[in-house]
Structure formats: structure tokens, C-alpha cells
Design a protein around this ligand. Structure first.
Ligand SMILES: *Cc1c(COP(=O)(O)O)cnc(C)c1O
Length: 245
């Protein structure tokens, strides 16, 4: 374990500089925008190096990966954040291992999570994942269902709804990508006007985060720009997304 990880420190520092610059460009205070490092596919050694750089919350896409990594990193005090599509039958592991779910997109899942969380005597911060992209492949709640969904979530005591999350369209047209982020912000603002205490907007990844910052992101989910290129294509994570790179 004497591999040189100074490149990781460089990536991490450089990313924060780019995020700060993108904030200033649109007149936002950089302290309003957090980075959630996404460690999917990367192993415990590299994650340890990240923890040494101050990373504490880490995003993962599959519950199985959290299950595998958490015991090996138990001494690191990591808060695992689930950002990938979640099957209802994984609720038990989520309730046990995860500190936050950003991919809540259906009532059946809310119901299953709440049941397991009540059992564990825990509560969980959650973000509602909204499908802002017209691509058929992306997971998430249809925007027009958000108001009813938020209302239904009130009955689950163990789920603390903190905000919204989205994946933008995979497109080389900034206008299209930004439109997804804008829609999420507008939905959040509407929910706030209806009395919901939703402050967080998790949107923006390595390839599109400046546009997300311009539309009000409070949190960026960043993998590649920190940890480098992943050994698997994203189609492995988004199985219904044949075109994603
Ligand atoms: C992998 C992943 C990210 C990070 O993507 P990068 O392009 O590597 O920054 C963000 N959000 C979700 C849901 C992901 O699965």
C-alpha cells in the first residue's frame, strides 16, 4: 500500500478550484456548493486515500458495493450515500449501512425503507430522484407526480426528505443539459412554496457540473474528475441506458 496517490490530492484540489470558479462566475458563494465524491468501482485503498484528504461522505451506486466495502473501511467513519437505482428487496441493507438515499423514486421503495428503518430504530435523510431528462432510460419520478409523491411521503416518519436529485440528459447541447437542471430547481421552488422544507439540489457530475451550479445545485456528485476513469462503462450501472458513456 505504498502506491503513490498524490494524483488524487491533485484531482481533489483542482476540482474544488474549478467548482469555486464556476460559482464565482455566476455570482454564487462557493460555500453553498458541496462535492459528494462518488467512489463506485474503486477499492478500499483508494477510498482510504480519499478519506485522508478529508472525504467523509461517499456516493455509491450499488448496495452490494457498499456491503463489500463498508466492513473493510469500518474505522474510517464514512457516511455512505446511495445514489443508484434501488431495488425494494435491498431495503434491509440500506437501513443498516447507508446514511442517506438520493434515489428515492417510488412509493413502494419508501414503504419498504420505512418498514426496515422503523425496525432498526433509525431515520434516514432522503432526496427524491426526479426524471428531468426525456431519455427513456433514466430512472426517477416523473415531474408531474412530485407534488403527490411528497404529500404521500409525509406518512413515513423515518424518511427525512431534504431535497431533490437528478441526472441530466446525456447530450453535447448545453441548453438541453441546463434545461434538466432548471426543471429540478423549479420543482424544488414550487415544493418550497407549498410549505416543504426542501433545500438541497443534488445535480451535476464530472461532465456537466458548471451548468448545474448555474442553476442552483447545492451538491455535485463527482466520480471521474476525482478518482479517474472507471474500469466499467456506465451501462453497467444504468443497465437500461445503452447509450450512456
Ligand atoms: C457515477 C455517478 C455519478 C458521477 O459520475 P461522474 O461522471 O464520474 O462524475 C453521479 N451520479 C450518479 C447517479 C452516478 O451513478
Amino acid at each position: 500500500m505504498d502506491t503513490d496517490t498524490s494524483w488524487l490530492a491533485d484531482n481533489w484540489a483542482r476540482l474544488r478550484q474549478r467548482v469555486d470558479a464556476a460559482c464565482r462566475e455566476v455570482g454564487r458563494d462557493p460555500s453553498e456548493v458541496d462535492i459528494l465524491p462518488v467512489s463506485k468501482t474503486f477499492g478500499p485503498e483508494l477510498i482510504r486515500a480519499g478519506v485522508a484528504l478529508g472525504m467523509r461522505r461517499l456516493g455509491e451506486n450499488k448496495v452490494q458495493e457498499i456491503r463489500d466495502k463498508a466492513p473493510l473501511l469500518a474505522d474510517c467513519g464514512i457516511d455512505w450515500v446511495m445514489i443508484g437505482h434501488l431495488q425494494t428487496n435491498k431495503a434491509k441493507d440500506v437501513a443498516r449501512l447507508v446514511s442517506e438515499v438520493q434515489s428515492l423514486d417510488r412509493l413502494e421503495l419508501a414503504e419498504a425503507l420505512d418498514r426496515r428503518l422503523q425496525h432498526e430504530g433509525r431515520a434516514l435523510d432522503v432526496l427524491v430522484q426526479v426524471k428531468t431528462s426525456p431519455e427513456p432510460s433514466k430512472y426517477g419520478l416523473p415531474p408531474e407526480q412530485l407534488a403527490g409523491f411528497l404529500n404521500s411521503l409525509r406518512r413515513y416518519d423515518s424518511l427525512r426528505v431534504r431535497g431533490l436529485m437528478t441526472l441530466a440528459i446525456h447530450s453535447s447541447e448545453p441548453v438541453e443539459v441546463r434545461g434538466c437542471f432548471r426543471l429540478l430547481r423549479e420543482l424544488r421552488d414550487q415544493a418550497v412554496a407549498q410549505g416543504y422544507d426542501l433545500t438541497r439540489l443534488s445535480m451535476g457530475m464530472s461532465g456537466d457540473f458548471p451548468l448545474a451550479i448555474a442553476e442552483g445545485a447545492t451538491e455535485l456528485r463527482i466520480g471521474t474528475a476525482i478518482f479517474g476513469k472507471r474500469p466499467y462503462p456506465d451501462s453497467y450501472y444504468w443497465p437500461e441506458s445503452p447509450g450512456s458513456s
